[in-house]
Write a protein that binds this ligand. Structure first.
Ligand code: SRM
Ligand code: SF4
Length: 518
């Protein structure tokens, strides 16, 4: 498929200019030269931008220590693959770690540029890739983390997600057709009853739906978060047979690539094209590209449950087998823990692991007879199967430890605040708290019960780290985004504010002071 050529114009943004000068994927062939030159001597656009086409992120906060963003379709990997990733971060000692991301993915830290060629060979041998995982490419494709093992699922989407990734990345080699989109792009393919992937916040989402007694997907488009605007996806008025999912993704991507707005990076996501054209014109353009008419959407989606968090032990649809959802505090892993998770998956399960958009891990296929021993494993003291209600569904973006956009530190603070507030209230049920370090919203504060977005405030004449607070995000059936209800709360005052919010909105009871201090 021919690559769209950016129009020659003096009004091109700097991003469109450097993409037109040299495609991001080109750096794939320059890695040996880059390694020889050293990161300090790389052309700026290669270092800061084009390397992201390979999933390699220069971190200005930790110069010389790169981040490697993988692609793990559906968040699934094998124990062997996890060991390869563990061995990569292990070599960097204290600098090496991995984060589970809000797209069921892994990011590795501490990576040195001169190791990249060898690391890519290792990934290739393990059937892994990080290609096209950053910048103006399609991000990791998400799906229900219990696909194929959930007794109540409607469609097992694992094969579909894999096929869409293979189409977009040319089976991991890199696909020039889709390396120059106007902006990033998110796809979710969900076959569950509980919208476990936050379908509504993706540029394209497939939602299970029956049409004339046949199970397929309704399609919603244009969902996104950005610093300047957040928008839930809207119906395309289309129902697709699972066999047409790959072609529909391809058709929408081509329409977006060739017609998506590129003049302003703040107004380039798919929804801006849909705004400009209207959904009918957009739908017609997709149909034309597809080469056959779209079928009108089914009357209702099959989302009928509230979202589950998958933490704890759950029976699978395969009789006698169970999956265990382990809570990984704010998604952070070190090499030893990654090796240990791989070991648990081998000894108790079938050697498979899954990551969730809540930054946790699922080990599937544990026989009933092995559960008692499994639950005694020392790792489960750190990665609990029964965490406290405020940490159970805690999510946090990277924050200022590694991200130069961040206005505040997030991950460590998220854990400390959750602990401090837990000491002061008794909660009847878990409350989903999401932290995000800046308005880019990588930590998805708008889908949380309580969302916390990094900002700055003035206190006692000084500028301090602060948060804006969102309330009322709902996931699962009838999902909707939360609203910003408070602005600029200094982080040092946050515990008191959260205790009040939990009492007022989430039926929390204050613990008596003596108990609270204990
Ligand atoms: Fe994000 C940029 C981290 C999910 C919206 N995001 C970034 C960068 C690459 C900025 C940078 O170069 O430093 C962050 C890397 C920091 C680091 O070192 O880790 C970053 N985003 C993340 C992750 C790791 C957060 C996490 O801790 O889990 C997530 C990686 C997902 C993955 O595996 O690919 C992540 N980012 C998201 C999501 C959530 C989602 O996809 O469900 C969003 C909002 C949804 C969306 O995109 O519509 C999100 N990230 C952004 C944006 C705003 C996009 C926009 O249209 O304006 C940026 C900034 C940008 O692209 O210009 C951004
Ligand atoms: Fe960085 Fe902001 Fe995204 Fe957090 S929300 S990872 S601080 S860009």
């Amino acid at each position: 498929m021919a690559q769209a050529i950016a129009p020659a114009s003096s009004k091109l943004t700097k991003f469109e200019k450097f993409k037109a000068e040299k495609d991001g994927l080109q750096v794939k062939h320059e890695l040996a030269t880059f390694a020889r030159l050293g990161w300090e001597n790389l052309p700026e656009d290669d270092l800061n931008h084009r390397l992201k086409w390979l999933g390699v992120f220069f971190r200005p906060v930790t110069p010389g220590k790169f981040m490697l963003r993988m692609r793990l379709p559906h968040g699934i990997c094998t124990s062997g693959q996890l060991r390869v990733l563990a061995s990569i971060v292990e070599r960097y000692g204290d600098d090496g770690s991995a984060d589970i991301t809000t797209r069921q993915n892994l990011q590795l830290r501490g990576i040195r540029l001169d190791d990249i060629p060898e690391i890519f060979q290792q990934l290739d041998r393990a059937g892994l890739t990080s290609i096209q995982s950053g910048m103006d490419n399609v991000r990791n494709i998400t799906g229900s983390p219990v696909a194929g093992i959930d007794a109540d699922e409607l469609i097992d989407t694992r094969g579909l997600v894999r096929k869409v990734q293979d189409m977009i990345t040319n089976n991991g080699d890199g696909n020039p057709s889709f390396t120059n989109l106007p902006r990033k792009f998110n796809i979710a393919i969900d076959g569950s009853r509980d919208n476990s992937v936050h379908a509504e916040i993706n540029d394209i989402a497939f939602i299970p739906a029956y049409k004339d007694d046949k199970l397929g997907f309704n399609v919603v488009v244009g969902g996104f978060f950005s610093a300047s605007r957040v928008a839930p996806a809207i119906p395309l008025n289309a129902w697709v047979d699972p066999r047409d999912v790959v072609s529909l993704c391809e058709a929408i991507l081509v329409v977006y690539r060739d017609h998506g707005p590129r003049a302003n990076r703040q107004k380039s996501r798919l929804m801006w094209l849909i705004d400009e054209w209207g959904i009918e014109k957009f739908r017609a353009a997709v149909e034309k590209q597809l080469g056959f008419p779209l079928i009108a959407a089914a009357e209702q989606d099959e989302y009928c449950w509230d979202k589950r968090d998958h933490i704890g032990i759950h029976a699978q649809k395969q009789v006698g087998l169970n999956y265990a959802g382990l809570h990984i505090p704010v998604g952070r892993l070190n090499a030893r823990q990654m090796f240990d998770l791989a070991r648990l998956a081998d000894i108790y399960g079938s050697g498979e692991l899954r990551f969730t958009v809540e930054q946790n891990v699922i080990i599937p296929n544990i026989p009933d007879s092995r559960l008692a021993v499994f639950t005694q494993e020392p790792l489960l003291k750190t990665f609990s199967i029964a965490p406290a209600p405020l940490v159970r569904e805690l999510v946090s973006c990277t924050g200022s430890q590694f991200c130069n956009f961040a206005l505040i530190e997030t991950k460590q603070r998220a854990l400390a605040v959750a602990q401090a507030v837990t000491d002061r209230v008794k909660l009847p049920r878990p409350v989903r708290i999401h932290w995000t370090g800046c308005p880019n919203s990588c930590g998805q504060p708008q889908v949380a019960d309580i969302g916390l977005m990094g900002s700055k405030a003035r206190k006692d004449g000084k500028t301090v780290e602060a948060v804006d607070i969102f309330l009322g995000g709902k996931v699962g059936k009838e999902a909707h985004l939360g609203d910003r209800v408070m602005k600029g709360i200094p982080c040092e005052d946050l515990n008191d504010v959260l205790v009040d919010l939990l009492v007022e909105h989430f039926q929390a009871e204050r613990k008596p002071p003596a108990l609270a201090e204990a």
